[in-house]
Design a protein around this ligand. Sequence first.
Ligand code: NDP
Length: 339
Amino acid sequence: MPTRSREIRLAARPRGAPVASDFELAEVELPDPADGQILVRNAFVSVDPYMRGRMNDAKSYVPPFALGEPMRGGAVGVVVASRDDRWPEGTWVQHDLGWREAAVLDGRGIRAVNPELAPVSTSLGVLGMTGLTAYVGIVDIGEVGEGETVFVSGAAGAVGSIAAQLARARGAAVLGSAGTPEKVAWLRELGIDMAFDYRETPTRQALRELAPDGVDVYFDNVGGETLEAAIGAMRLRGRIVACGSISRYNATEALPGPRNMFMVVTKRLRMQGFIVSDHGDRFPAFLGEVGPLVAAGTIRYRETVVDGIERAPEAFIGMLEGANVGKMLVRVGPGPGES
Ligand code: NDP
């Protein structure tokens, strides 16, 4: 029997910040799964900053979304019909056909999720893609060590909040910037004592006051002026973990880079970018280390949940504007044990 599912399609390519009319809600009938396929009913779909880039018709590390087609992205759901023995009915899975209530999948790009270990939503955040991003950035790229000073921008977001706590757990003194007093208060609760509101205190000034001896590692989620301020505050042989540049994702023209790039030379800095999907081999180590820390409450996380697939565009736009504390998610169906 066909299954009805609602999905969000790309209706127009945004110019600048995305608006509601760039998205379109549609209802489709999904066929029963064929041999080797499964039908998944999603519980949560993820909205992430990188999706803004996929809305442009531009060459990048992921192909653009097609106009008139459903958007894609991380999702977690339960198998409700299966013609693939590896994924029997009732199995919870994380996959890449988000922005919709249900999907037929052909067995590729699927990961099993154990709902007994943690809420399934965490497979899209702290124990999923954004958590792994924080882990790879702090451990592998930043090589953060005991006694170092680390600055994380976007520190109250999905990646930033875990990066800041991982750095602290490794014995670093951590500064974190975020855009509201509520976010700063939460970071302080997490033990990030040197959290500041970049809208209230310019980053350059905050770094000077909070880290007068400089910063060893900068975990960059923001780019632009924040990166320039961080370069100015770096210590000799410091490392910059280039994770994201969210202050620029809605830019309509190329913007000038940090004016102080020559300091990369004079301070012998190392700046390294990375894309988390290249680091899937680190997932078991990440889960082995961070899973128990989350279970023990040593690493804490928050989720901002918006209800209903029809509100996914609102959640996405809100996330780009800073409406989220921790991971922004959209709940589109019942979770384990719910109907
Ligand atoms: P977040 O949960 O951090 O949400 C985005 C946040 O960005 C907002 O809440 C807002 O918080 C902040 N923000 C928006 N505009 C600005 C601005 N102009 N200046 C400063 N802050 C701004 O998202 P994620 O944790 O998912 O992603 C964080 C970063 O990590 C992004 O740059 C993303 O692209 C990158 N990323 C990179 C990956 C990789 O493989 N390299 C993988 C995953 C994410 P506030 O209120 O504090 O302004």
